[in-house]
Write a protein that binds this ligand. Structure first.
Ligand code: 5GP
Ligand code: ZN
Length: 114
């Protein structure tokens, strides 16, 4: 989608080191990390947010979650634990309107989140 930051990362117009990619999604480090490990996992198709999930190809969210788990295993986060976050809409804290999963790990997480 024109003007979408994450679509520019997918197309290669914006350079970012990819830590994981498959046919459905790719993952890269958040520019403003909130934990020792803070990755963003994004689908290759543009969806503005989780609110548009009905327009997604069947099984896309499952693919994204499998990718998150795969990355967590690769980074050896799966034993101690990690956190998955999908901020949705302005009050949910979403600032980039291309659906993405935050994968956070490497420190103790707290509850409730801010
Ligand atoms: P949101 O607030 O929408 O849930 O998450 C968007 C995330 O994208 C934020 O954590 C922000 O730090 C990250 N971000 C914004 N611009 C860039 C960028 O140009 N490169 C990378 N790697 N991350 C970005
Ligand atoms: Zn996009």
């Amino acid at each position: 989608m024109n003007g979408c930051l994450f679509c520019e990362i997918i197309s290669g117009k914006r350079q970012t080191e990819r830590v994981y990619e498959d046919e459905h999604c790719l993952a890269f480090r958040d520019i403003n990390p909130q934990a020792p490990v803070h990755l963003l996992i994004i689908p290759r198709v543009h969806l503005g947010s989780l609110n548009e999930i009905d327009a997604a190809p069947d099984g896309l969210l499952h693919r994204l979650m499998r990718a998150a788990h795969e990355i967590a295993k690769q980074l050896k986060l799966d034993q101690k634990g990690y956190r998955i976050v999908i901020n949705t809409g302005p009050q949910g804290g979403q600032t980039v309107f291309h659906l993405h999963i935050h994968l956070l790990g490497g420190r103790q997480m707290h509850w409730p989140p801010g």
